[in-house]
Design a binder for this molecule. Structure first.
Ligand code: ZN
Ligand code: ZN
Length: 125
C-alpha cells in the first residue's frame, strides 16, 4: 500500500508532454490517441529485500486529464500490467472486490493474458 501512494505522489508535470497521448485504456469509441497527456503516472519497480527496496526500473505512463482525475478520485481503480503495459479501469461500486478508498492503482507483474501466455510457454518447453 505504501508503494502505491508513493507512486501517486510522484505524478510529475515538469516533463515535456507535447504530442504525447494518454497511455491508459480508453473506450474503442473514444481512443486514448484522442486524449493528450497532461501528466505522468510513475511507479518504481523493484524488490523488497529485508526491508530494503531495490529499484531496478521506473515506469512512466503518460496520462490525460480525465485519467489523472480518475486516479486521484475514489471511484475508480486502475489495474496496470507492468509486463505487457495494458491497463484496465475498475469501477469500485460495480466490483465484487472491495477496495479501500485510498487504493488508486494496482500494479500487476502479469495480467490474465500474460499469465496464460506464460503458462503456455512453460508447457511448450
Ligand atoms: Zn486517459
Ligand atoms: Zn499483461
Amino acid at each position: 500500500m505504501e508503494m502505491l501512494d508513493e507512486g501517486l505522489q510522484k505524478l510529475i508535470a515538469t516533463v515535456d508532454l507535447e504530442g504525447t497521448t494518454c497511455g491508459l485504456k480508453h473506450s474503442a469509441e473514444d481512443p486514448s490517441e484522442d486524449h493528450p497527456a497532461v501528466d505522468y503516472l510513475c511507479q518504481n519497480l523493484g524488490y523488497d529485500l529485508d526491508g530494503n527496496i531495490m529499484i531496478d526500473a521506473i515506469i512512466q505512463i503518460p496520462v490525460c486529464e480525465e485519467c489523472a482525475n480518475a486516479l486521484y478520485g475514489a471511484e475508480w481503480v486502475l489495474c496496470y500490467c507492468t509486463e505487457c503495459m495494458s491497463s484496465q479501469w475498475i469501477l469500485k461500486s460495480k466490483s465484487k472486490v472491495r477496495f479501500d478508498n485510498d487504493v488508486h492503482v494496482i500494479w500487476m507483474k502479469e495480467c490474465p493474458v500474460c499469465y496464460s501466455e506464460n503458462v503456455q510457454q512453460l508447457d511448450e518447453q
